[in-house]
Structures are given as structure tokens and as C-alpha cells.
Design a protein around this ligand. Structure first.
Ligand code: NAP
Length: 308
């Protein structure tokens, strides 16, 4: 049987992908979106989104994710919950392959976002889910009355660190420098929170515990001094890496794996566009990811009009 040729395939269902899907389907393009887990990307596991314009009191990350998905579906987007394993060109169309099936379309928007980075210390992998976590919203409630560390000095470490004080008795933010990267408003909030303290110029050397996290061994990067502190949890917020692994040599990536685009969000392959955090130079905010999703969908529409 002949495969249906879609107009646009969007890979990734975060803010960028869902907005691209909304614009493409409202333009009456036949649109499929691939999502490997649940829609929303990083916002789906964010507690409160306070900087998306229009939501004066903030909105739960999970709620805005569900709303964006419902809005795209309402205009005709088909969401396929499969993990994309490969993207290739077959003549005039592109083929996306998952473990289950393959699909074809005339244009593609890459919006896979980025995944949290691991510290890479002994026992981190073994104790993940047993006290080591990368998601405060998912796991915070397990740490009621406990003592935990949050690793990192960016917006995520501070925002999630403050969120974790709803449950934990003490949150120690361990940062490798003595200056935070986080925005001033989050710094103020964290520093004013009596349950939060900071350990500066320090990295995690190893995590200890047999069946669950019991302690961390910390190393001062300036003095080399080691200290062991007893903790129940280690939350890691040290940034992200792009989810571009399956692209291999298909489009041009930078040295860190981010997709290189031109001003119209076109990649090195005509007909393939990129939007959101997987793209080199992206601002990494929900609102800009959505803006890029819109721009990529409009660029894909122009491409399809020109190549009809
Ligand atoms: P980020 O801004 O890249 O910060 C990562 C932090 O982890 C930095 O402080 C970095 O230290 C530290 N780090 C990196 N690798 C490390 C390692 N191997 N060991 C120890 N520490 C390490 O990442 P993010 O905080 O996840 O934020 C990602 C993006 O999302 C940012 O653009 C941020 O603005 C945005 N975001 C925004 C909000 C908000 O607006 N409310 C909330 C969350 C995230 P250095 O500072 O020394 O490099």
C-alpha cells in the first residue's frame, strides 16, 4: 500500500514543536508530530511557569503543555507517540523511521529540544531514582523533611531549589563557582529562603549509598579540600545537551551537536527546518521556543508553496 505523504513532520512535542504544529495545521497542511514521551518537553516537568506572557499569576508547566497539545490537535495535528530513530531523504520526500513504522512528508521541522546533563560521578547512575534526580516536580515530594543538595548555579538550580523547599527541610545549592549564572530575581528568591544555603567553588566528587543516597563527597575546586555531607537526595541541574543524536550526518550540527540554521530557521538540507533548544543560538525560554516554532512553520509553508 502507498504511504500517505504528509505536508509536514515535526519531531519533538515541546513548546517549539507544538507551536509549529499549531501553525502548520491551521494553515491546512497535513501535519504529524512525533513525541517519544509526553508532550510539553522541559515545561512538562516544570512546576510553575512565571514568565510566559499573559499568565499574570503563572501557569503550571504541565497545564500549559496539555493546553498547547490540545490546541494543535484541535486544528488537525496528528500526534504519534513514537521515538524517531532516523531521518533520511527519499527522492522528493523525507522519511522518518521509528522502531514501529516509517512515515513520509515533504517538509520536516526538527524540535527535539535538549535533555538534562549528568554530572558523571561514581554512583550517579546506580542511585538515579534512589535519591538522585533531575526533576524536582517529579520527585520533590519524596523528600519531605529531608536534607538534599541541588547542583548547579543557573536558573534551573535556583528555581527548582526554591521549589524543593516545599518538601525538604534543607536544600544546599552546590555550585562550582562563587558567582551564580541565574537571573537576579531567582537569586534574590533563593538567597531570601531560610531553608536554602550555598556551598561555593565546589563540585560533587562522588555520591555514596548502597540502596539509596546517604552522603555526597564534595571537592572545593580552589583548595582541593574534600568534605563529606550526609544527605538524602541529590538533584542535578547543570544544563542540557541537544537531542540531535539520530541526525548523525544528515544536517549540519555545531561541535556540541546543536543544529545550525540560517535566519529563516532553514537547516543545511532544503525542506528541513529547526526550532527551539535543539537549534544553535536558541535563547532557551518557552516563549522564544514557541516563537521559533511559529517561524519554522511559516518557513516550511513557504518552502512547500515554492516546491509544489
Ligand atoms: P545553565 O544556564 O546552562 O546552567 C547550568 C549550571 O550548571 C551553571 O551554573 C553551570 O556552572 C553548572 N554546570 C554545568 N556543568 C557542570 C558540571 N559538570 N558540574 C557542575 N556544575 C556544572 O542551565 P539551566 O539552569 O538548566 O538553564 C538552561 C536554560 O533554561 C537557561 O537559558 C535558563 O535561563 C533557562 N531557564 C529559565 C528559567 C526561568 O526563566 N525561570 C528556569 C529554568 C531554566 P557555570 O555557571 O560555572 O557555567
Amino acid at each position: 500500500m502507498e504511504k500517505k505523504i504528509h505536508d509536514v513532520m515535526i519531531i519533538g512535542g515541546g513548546g517549539a514543536g507544538l507551536t509549529a504544529a499549531l501553525y502548520a495545521s491551521r494553515a491546512k497542511l497535513s501535519t504529524v508530530l512525533f513525541e517519544k514521551l509526553v508532550s510539553g518537553g522541559q515545561i512538562a516537568s516544570t512546576d510553575l511557569v512565571e514568565n510566559y506572557p499573559g499568565f499574570t499569576e503563572g501557569i503550571l508547566g504541565s497545564e500549559i503543555a496539555q493546553r498547547m497539545e490540545a490546541q494543535a490537535i484541535r486544528y488537525g495535528t496528528q500526534i504519534i507517540y513514537e521515538e524517531v530513530k532516523n531521518l533520511s531523504r527519499k527522492g522528493n520526500v523525507f522519511e522518518v523511521a521509528s522502531a514501529e513504522a516509517s512515515y513520509v512528508a515533504r517538509a520536516v521541522i526538527l524540535a527535539m529540544g535538549a535533555s538534562f546533563r549528568m554530572i558523571g560521578v561514581p554512583n550517579e547512575k546506580e542511585l538515579t531514582g534512589k535519591g538522585v534526580s533531575y526533576c524536582a516536580t517529579c520527585d520533590g515530594a519524596f523528600f519531605k523533611g529531608k536534607k538534599i543538595i541541588a547542583v548547579g548555579g543557573g536558573d534551573s538550580a535556583l528555581q527548582e531549589g526554591v521549589f524543593l523547599t516545599r518538601f525538604a527541610e534543607r536544600v544546599i545549592i552546590v555550585h562550582r563557582r562563587d558567582k551564580l549564572r541565574a537571573s537576579p530575581i531567582l537569586q534574590e528568591r533563593a538567597k531570601a529562603n531560610p531553608k536554602i544555603s550555598f556551598i561555593w567553588d565546589t563540585v560533587v566528587d562522588r555520591i555514596e549509598g548502597s540502596r539509596k543516597v546517604e552522603a555526597v563527597l564534595l571537592k572545593n575546586v580552589k583548595t582541593g579540600e574534600m568534605q563529606k555531607i550526609l544527605v538524602d537526595g541529590v538533584f542535578v541541574f547543570i544544563g542540557h545537551d541537544p537531542n540531535s543524536g539520530f541526525l548523525k550526518d544528515f544536517v549540519t550540527l555545531d561541535e556540541k551537536g546543536y543544529i545550525v540554521t540560517d535566519d529563516s530557521l532553514a537547516t543545511s538540507v532544503p525542506g528541513v527546518f529547526a526550532a527551539g533548544e535543539v537549534r544553535k543560538g536558541a535563547v532557551r525560554q518557552l516563549v522564544s521556543a514557541c516563537g521559533e516554532g511559529c517561524a519554522a512553520a511559516l518557513a516550511a509553508q513557504d518552502f512547500l508553496n515554492d516546491h509544489n
